[in-house]
Structure formats: C-alpha cells, structure tokens
Design a protein around this ligand. Structure first.
Ligand SMILES: Cc1ncc(COP(=O)(O)O)c(C=O)c1O
Length: 377
C-alpha cells in the first residue's frame, strides 16, 4: 500500500541533495515482507526470492541478510547471487530451455535446477544419472486464467512439461516438481487449486524430495495478501502429502513481486505542462525507459500516482483531467494516458508507488535515458 508519510518525509528531509528521477526504497517494508513469508507454518520450507523482480545488489543483500534464499533464471543473475553471498545450496535455477553447457555448469556447481523440456531431462539423465533433478510442470485446467501480462500455466502457456510426455524410465531421476501459476494473484484458492493438482502427481515420482510452487503473490492498494490463510492451507496440503508419501517433502516458494513492490517509489519532477482540449498534459523530466512498466504493459501496470509540492506536501483534490507523459519524442512514452490530477505546477514532484518490483530491473537503454539511481532508506 502507498505509504504517503514515508514519501512526504523523504521529500522534506532529503530531496535537496538528490537528482531526479530516483527510486526510493523503504527497507523496513522489505524486511517485513520477508518475515511474513518466513512465517509459513510448514517447517520443511525454503523461500527463494525471484531475482528477476529486483536485481539491485543492495536489495539482494537485504534479502540475504533476512535469511531468504534466491531463485535465478540467467547466468548473470547467478553470478550476482554468488557475489552477494548466497551459497550454492541457497540458489535455485529455473529457466526455460538451457544450453547443455549451462546444464553442465549448474551440475558442476551443485546448483539445484528445474528443467523445462524432455530434451533437457534426457541430457541430464544421460550425463548425470546419479544426480536427481527437478522439472517444471505444466498443468491443464479450465481454471487457468490470464494473470497480469499473460498465461503462465495451462494450455495457453509456453512453459513447463505436460505429464503425459515424461518417459516412465526417467521419472525415478526426478526429485522435484515445479509450477508457477501466474503473477500478481490475490486469490489464495487459485494457488491451492494448482498446488493440489501438482501434488496428485507426486506418486509417479518415487524419489520426490520437493515441490517448488513458484511465486505469484499479489499486491493491492486495498488489502494485503492473505499470508495467514495461504500458509495454513498450504501447510495442511504439504502435511497431507508428506504423510501420504511417508517422508517429509520440502516446500519451496519463489516469491518476486510481493517482496519489494510496495516498498519503493519512483520520483520525477514536473518539467512542463501543456493544454489540449479539456486535458492537461503533464510532462515529467523522465522516461518510461527508466520506469518501464507503463511502456511494456500500457493497460495492465498499476502504479498509484500522487503529486507532491517540492516541499513534500501532498496535493489533494484530484479534479483535473490529465495525461502524464515523458520528455522524450517517442509517442508511446506515456506514464498515464488518462488520470485525474490535482492542480499542478512546474517543479512539483510526481511519485509513483508500487515501484519496487519489475521496475528498476526492467530499465531499457532505448531512447537514451540514464538508469535512474536507486536508494534504500
Ligand atoms: C519461475 C518463476 N518463479 C517465480 C517468479 C516470481 O513471480 P512473482 O513476482 O509473480 O512472485 C517468476 C516470475 O516470472 C517465475 O517465472
């Protein structure tokens, strides 16, 4: 949720020594989210932060100090994780297809990996028959829904392996089953529906050690994700599975967005104001190349925007019809195509919330704007 007091305090106390645009993080909020994730009652669990959501080295150090592990999907993030201090057994690698060279490297470093195709599984078993490996599952269900930007599970998804294609003789080499059901989801029962379908498959894998249930936990302006309800339902399911298989199955989660999303704010100065019909066009001294979610998902990114005076006071009474745009010439460089705004003056500060996940990490060099600085308070 948007922490107006945090923003106002920052602007009052620190704005004068900062160059905008800027990302500002509330570290305490990140720590709290890490702690909530760790409170899941099922004991045999490991929480692996999804580095794709935020790969800022300082952010990763904070996560590491809070005792979370890490999930990576590229060589660069793997190197970053190791540099941050995560030990190899705290890292999980889940991607889509991986080169055989990459698979060899992960095996050599003893990093747990979830494979995404039969060809990869065959290669792994042929070369490392004594090292069990995880696989990423796809599960068909008429409940599979589009979340945020697309399909992550079910027939329309490009990811995972469908059970019927896994050769019988390879199943004994599989020690982990992975799924990722979608992103930014608030409905606890949606997760549980797929988790249960996955756990029903467990019997087919005699050497199963873990279920990796991915991430996807949502952020909302109106409510917090129900970790208590989620944790207790998941614990019940995992206890049932462990009892059924007569061994303790490890639970792995790979949360990304929820860890830092509403801890951070993207701040930019109002550079210019133009009028068009009944609309004010507010131009920021920034580009969506620096805050790319509105560029990539113009209709599906949700970043509450509040306007502050340079002295740090919140401007209220959003009665002006407006559009908030960038200072580049690219016609689609638009932060908000339609929004109600307060009366704005040049020099005011536009502050977007929900800016801590998939924001700074999505920076693009397109248009030639510098990467915005990030500071953690
Ligand atoms: C395999 C996998 N796990 C976890 C995540 C993190 O997801 P979220 O940020 O929705 O929690 C992603 C994100 O794309 C993913 O692909």
């Amino acid at each position: 949720m948007y922490n107006t007091d945090f923003v106002s305090r920052f602007l009052k106390e620190r704005l004068s020594d900062q160059k905008l645009p800027l990302y500002v993080y509330d570290s305490e909020r990140v720590r709290n989210q890490c702690r909530r994730l760790k409170e899941i009652p099922y004991q045999n669990n490991a929480i692996h932060f999804a580095s794709m959501a935020n790969a800022n080295p300082e952010f990763l150090s904070l996560i590491h100090n809070e005792g979370l592990n890490i999930f990576v999907n590229s060589k660069k993030h793997l190197e970053l994780a190791i540099k941050t201090g995560f030990s190899n057994n705290q890292i999980i690698f889940t991607a889509s297809s991986l080169s055989f060279e990459m698979l060899d490297m992960l095996h050599e470093k003893k990093i747990a990996v979830n494979l995404d195709s039969i060809a990869q599984l065959e290669y792994w078993v042929a070369n490392y028959p004594d090292t069990p490996v995880g696989i990423r599952f796809n599960i068909s269900s008429d409940k599979a829904a589009r979340s945020r930007a697309g399909y992550f599970i079910g027939e329309k998804s490009r990811l995972g392996i469908d059970a019927e294609y896994i050769p019988e003789e390879l199943k004994k080499h599989v020690n982990g089953l992975h799924i990722y059901v979608g992103t930014d989801i608030m409905d606890v029962n949606y997760f549980l529906h797929f988790y249960e379908l996955l756990s029903e498959r467990a019997d087919d894998f005699p050497n199963l050690e873990y279920l990796d249930l991915g991430g996807g936990f949502g952020i909302s302006e109106n409510e917090e994700f129900d970790f208590t309800g989620f944790g207790s339902k998941l614990t019940e399911m995992m206890n049932g599975l462990s009892a059924k298989l007569n061994k303790s199955i490890r639970l792995i989660l790979e949360p990304g967005r929820i860890v830092g999303a509403d801890s951070a704010f993207f701040m930019a100065r109002v550079l210019d104001i133009k009028e068009r019909g009944d609309k004010k066009i507010v131009v920021l001294d920034a580009s969506t190349a620096q805050f790319p979610r509105p560029l990539i998902y113009p209709d599906e990114s949700h970043h509450p925007l509040k306007i502050f005076t340079p002295e740090g006071d919140l401007k209220k009474d959003n009665s002006v019809k407006g559009m908030v745009v960038a200072s580049s010439t690219y016609s689609r460089d638009i932060f908000n195509a339609e929004i109600s705004l307060p009366e704005i003056q040049m020099g005011d500060i536009a502050v977007f919330g929900n800016a801590g996940s998939y924001c700074a990490s999505m920076y693009t060099e397109f248009l030639g704007y510098e990467k915005a600085k990030e500071i953690m308070l």
